[in-house]
Write a protein that binds this ligand. Structure first.
Ligand SMILES: *[C@@H]1O[C@H](CO)[C@@H](O)[C@H](O)[C@H]1NC(C)=O
Ligand SMILES: *[C@@H]1O[C@H](CO)[C@@H](O)[C@H](O)[C@H]1NC(C)=O
Ligand SMILES: *[C@@H]1O[C@H](CO)[C@@H](O)[C@H](O)[C@H]1NC(C)=O
Ligand SMILES: CC(=O)N[C@H]1CO[C@H](CO)[C@@H](O)[C@@H]1O
Length: 490
C-alpha cells in the first residue's frame, strides 16, 4: 500500500514488487541467443538471457542488452506448437512456468512453453537507470519488436521455424498478445488475449463504475455505504481541525497535511484503492504466485461496510483501511503526495518505484492513459479527478497534458483500438473485472471471438483451475482449448 498503483493492469505473469535487482550483462556485445538449456528435472529452466536490441527502430543504433526469459519443455512433443507467454508491467514470475491454465493446454497439445519478461521490468534492464531520457526506449512497440526478434531467434536456435506459435497474455500483456498477432501475423499463428484493454483512453471513469456494480452484486447497499463514507470524508477534509482525528482513524504515518489538491487526491485515491484492488482480483486463484490477502474478497469488504457495530459508514470505511493494513503487514498508511512524487521520480534500479511503478506510469503517460478518475457520477468515490492523474505525467516525466492526449490518440491509430483487424485471437473477459470496459466484449467475427465469463474478475481464466470454480469459468477454459485445437489445424 506504500505503492498505490491501484487498478494497475497487473495480472497474470507479472508481480509488482517494490525494489528490484540489478542484473549483469547490459550492453554486452552482440551474440547468439544463450545456449538453450534442455531443462532441469522438471523441464523448467532457471533465468535465461537473450541479447536484444535497445532500439529496434534505429538501424544505426547497435546497442544491446540482455532480456530474461524462462523455458518449460516438459510437455513438448516434436511437431508441437510453441506457446509464448508475454511478460507485463512487473517482474516475470517463474511460478507461471509451473502453474496456470496455459500449461494444461500445453500438456494436451504438446507445446513448448516460453515466458519473456517485458523490457524495463523485473531483471530485464535495457539501460543503466530509469531516467526519463532512458525511458524513451520503453514502449509497447519496442516490446512487440522484442517479442518478434525473440520468436525469430528462438525458432532458429531450436529448429522451430515450422512450428505454430501461440501468444498468451493477461491484462496489458493480453493487449500485447493481440497486437503481436496484429502486427506480426507471419510470426504468431494465434493469440489468447485475456482481459485485454485494447482501446487506449486518457480518462477511464468507467473503471469505478464497474467497481460500483461489482460491489452492488454482492449487496446493493454496499456501494451506497461506501459512497456515504467517502462523502463524509470529503466533507471532513474541508476542515483542518478534523485532520488529527482523520490521521488517527486511518492510521496515517504522519500528520495529515493538505497543501494542494494533489495531496488530498492522493490520500483519497489511496483509500479507494482498497476497494479497487479487491474488486479487480476478487476470488482469483492467485495464491500460487505468492500473493497474500487473497482471502479479502468483495464479500469481506461489504461485510465490514454493513457492520453497524463499527459505527457510522465513515468508521467502517476506516476499518476497511485498517483491515487492509493488517493483511498486508503495513504498519501505518503513507499518503503524502510529495513522498510519492519523490519515490516515483527516483531513477535508480534500486529505487522505491523500480519494481514497476515508475515504468508503468510512464507508459500510461506516453501511450495509454487509463486514468481511473472519479469523473463519473455513477461511482462511489470522490476527489481524484482526471487533472490529478494528468498532472503526475508532468511531475514525474515532464509530459504535458497535450503530449499525453496526442500519444494516446496515436496508440489507437497505430493498433486500431476496438477495431482490430486480423484473425485467430480470442478475447476472454470477466464481468466484474473493471478492465472489461476497454476490452473486446463481443465477437468481432468468427475468427475474433470474445468469451464472456459472468461473475469473474481480472484474468480469472488464466489461473490454475480449482474445485470451487464456477461452471462458466470451467466452460470458458474448455472453450479456449477447443479454439486452440481448431486454429492449430489451420
Ligand atoms: C486472511 O488470512 C490471514 C492469513 O491466513 C488471516 O490472518 C486473516 O485473519 C484472514 N482474514 C480474513 C478477513 O479472513
Ligand atoms: C533512490 O533510491 C535509492 C534506493 O532506495 C536511494 O539510495 C537513493 O538515495 C534515491 N535517490 C534519490 C535521488 O532520492
Ligand atoms: C520539459 O518539457 C519542455 C517542453 O518540451 C521543455 O522545454 C523543458 O526543457 C523540459 N524541462 C525539463 C526539466 O526537462
Ligand atoms: C461484461 C461484459 O462486457 N461482458 C461481455 C463479454 O463478452 C461477451 C461476448 O462473449 C458479451 O456478451 C458480454 O457482454
Amino acid at each position: 500500500m506504500a505503492f498505490p498503483l491501484h487498478g494497475a493492469l497487473l495480472c497474470a505473469v507479472a508481480v509488482l514488487v517494490v525494489g528490484s535487482h540489478r542484473c549483469e550483462g547490459r550492453y554486452d556485445a552482440f551474440g547468439k541467443p544463450d545456449r538453450v538449456h534442455v531443462g532441469r528435472k522438471g523441464g523448467v529452466s532457471e533465468d535465461q538471457w537473450f541479447p536484444q536490441k535497445l532500439d529496434h527502430f534505429n538501424g544505426a543504433d547497435s546497442r544491446i542488452w540482455k532480456q530474461r526469459y524462462f523455458v518449460n519443455d516438459k510437455f513438448f512433443q516434436t511437431g508441437g506448437p510453441v506457446f509464448l507467454m508475454i511478460g507485463g508491467e512487473g517482474p516475470a514470475n517463474p511460478a507461471w512456468m509451473e502453474y496456470g491454465t496455459w500449461l494444461t493446454y500445453a500438456q494436451k497439445l504438446g507445446a513448448l512453453c516460453l515466458l519473456l519478461e517485458h523490457r524495463f521490468y523485473g531483471k530485464s534492464h535495457p539501460t543503466a537507470d530509469l531516467s526519463t531520457e532512458n525511458l524513451r526506449f520503453l514502449s509497447s512497440r519496442q516490446a512487440l519488436a522484442d517479442l518478434a526478434h525473440f520468436r525469430t531467434a528462438m525458432a532458429e536456435a531450436r529448429g522451430l521455424s515450422k512450428a505454430k506459435w501461440v501468444a498468451f497474455g493477461g491484462s496489458y500483456p493480453g493487449s500485447l498478445a493481440a497486437w503481436f498477432r496484429l502486427k506480426y501475423p507471419h510470426l504468431v499463428h494465434a493469440s489468447v488475449a485475456t482481459s485485454a484493454p485494447v482501446h487506449a483512453s486518457v480518462n477511464f471513469p468507467e473503471y469505478l463504475e464497474v467497481v460500483w456494480r461489482s460491489l452492488a452484486l454482492e449487496d446493493p447497499l454496499c456501494p451506497q455505504l461506501v459512497k456515504k463514507a467517502s462523502d463524509t470524508l470529503l466533507e471532513l477534509l474541508k476542515d483542518p481541525q478534523t485532520f488529527d482525528a482523520i490521521a488517527k482513524d486511518f492510521n496515517l504515518c504522519t500528520k495529515l497535511q493538505l497543501q494542494t489538491e494533489m495531496d488530498s487526491a492522493y490520500f483519497l485515491e489511496t483509500l479507494a484503492g482498497n476497494f479497487m484492488d479487491v474488486v479487480q482480483y476478487n476470488q482469483d486463484n492467485r495464491e500460487f504466485e505468492g500473493v497474500v490477502g487473497t482471502n479479502i474478497t468483495i464479500g469481506v469488504l461489504c461485510g465490514v461496510m454493513a457492520d453497524a457495530s463499527l459505527g457510522e459508514p465513515y468508521d467502517r470505511y476506516a476499518a476497511v483501511a485498517r483491515l487492509m493494513m493488517d493483511t498486508f503487514s503495513v504498519k501505518c498508511l503513507e499518503a503524502v503526495y510529495s513522498d510519492y512524487q519523490r519515490d516515483m521520480s527516483n531513477t535508480s534500479w534500486d529505487g522505491p518505484a523500480a519494481g514497476g511503478g515508475r515504468q508503468w506510469v510512464y507508459q500510461t503517460c506516453t501511450e495509454f492513459g487509463f486514468y481511473q478518475s472519479t469523473d463519473s457520477p455513477n461511482q462511489p468515490f470522490g476527489g481524484f479527478p482526471l487533472p490529478y492523474h494528468v498532472r503526475q505525467c508532468a511531475d514525474f516525466y515532464n509530459v504535458s497534458a497535450e503530449t499525453l492526449a496526442a500519444a494516446v490518440a496515436q496508440t489507437n491509430e497505430y493498433y486500431g483500438g476496438y477495431d482490430i483487424r486480423t484473425t485467430r485471437i480470442v478475447f476472454p473477459n470477466g464481468s466484474i473485472d473493471p478492465w472489461h470496459a476497454l476490452g473486446i466484449t463481443r465477437d468481432i467475427d468468427a475468427n475474433l471471438p470474445a468469451i464472456f465469463i459472468p461473475g469473474t474478475a481480472h484474468c480469472a481464466n488464466m489461473y490454475p483451475a480449482r474445485g470451487q470454480d464456477p461452471p462458466q469459468l470451467t466452460l470458458a477454459r474448455d472453450h479456449i482449448l477447443v479454439l486452440l485445437q481448431q486454429w492449430l489445424q489451420q
